[in-house]
Design a protein around this ligand. Sequence first.
Ligand code: NCD
Ligand code: ZN
Length: 361
Amino acid sequence: MTLDSMFDAGSPKAETALTIRRPDDWHVHLRDGAMLKAVLPFTARQFARGIIMPNLVPPVVSVADAASYRQRILEARGADSDFQPLMTCYLTDHTSPNEIERGFAEKVWVAAKLYPAGATTNAHFGVTDIPALAPVLARMEKIGMPVLIHGEATDPAIDIFDREAAFMEAELIPLLKRHEGLKVVVEHATTAETLDIVREHRRHCAATITPHHLIINRTSIFQGGLRPHLYCLPVAKRERHRLALRKAVTSGDSCFFIGTDTAPHVRGKKEAECCSAGVFGGATALQTYIEVFDEAGALDRFEAFASENGARFYGLPLNSGTLTLHKRPDRVAVSVPVEDEEVVIFRGNEPLAWSLGEIRR
Ligand code: NCD
Ligand code: ZN
């Protein structure tokens, strides 16, 4: 990693540039069809690899599904892009340990996603009884394949702001005890208590943290009125949790890494009687993360969070090329067109302090 401060001739203003090993996004919803083509360039511009979420309709449950979805992503990728999709399998009550192992051995998928049934967008085929998944998880433990968990309780009687905490106590901690050698990624952690649980089990547990949960708290969703484009799951929590997340990522702790959870939905699905959950953070992700590190005076820790911790946890090689970011004001579009609709970009048309620079392969 190199940090350069340069003085432009004739300008007293220093410009900072940070060159890091190319980063990865360990949690991406790319969707399919026209949406895939519209959103993929934003992820591919920033990240060398992405863990592709399997919650399509219908979900990616078989080796054949994942192989063909990967092929569609490679076809949608521009000719000049080297973006590598890392595929995942969607766990259901009927997943077989043998199919899981086959996809992993054939290098079709690198991990499996556990959605508690009904927890979020397209999670209705998810797992209804997590302890009953033990044979699948035991096989994953044996072959070194990580499980990626959407950690929210699904009982509608539980307050939505408490669902992550409820899940961690009732399901995650017992699961970590049952499978002491299983690699577990707690996806999109949103509470201070979840971060503590992850730290405590760091020998085999890690967490992704999204850009939007570093910027918004639950009050932001109601700022001046109801803001559907800030609604996602897990829903943003109180300010103390946002501050704990910012501290965790900038701490240099190796159990935390990027996972944008970029989750595009067209405007009509967001500005609706019943708004779909998901923030499209993919177009401004790296710029948001680096701003957080800069504000914390922790730019020297950015590369580990962006480009090293995730690959090490998954047991994958680090990327070899570099990406440069410049501390230079930028602004991205307010939305991206998808056929005759559009997806609103998180922090679109807002001043950003950093710009994306050159990629070296
Ligand atoms: C995601 C989506 O839209 O697919 N939505 C979200 O709010 N994050 C699903 C998910 O990751 O929960
Ligand atoms: Zn997600």
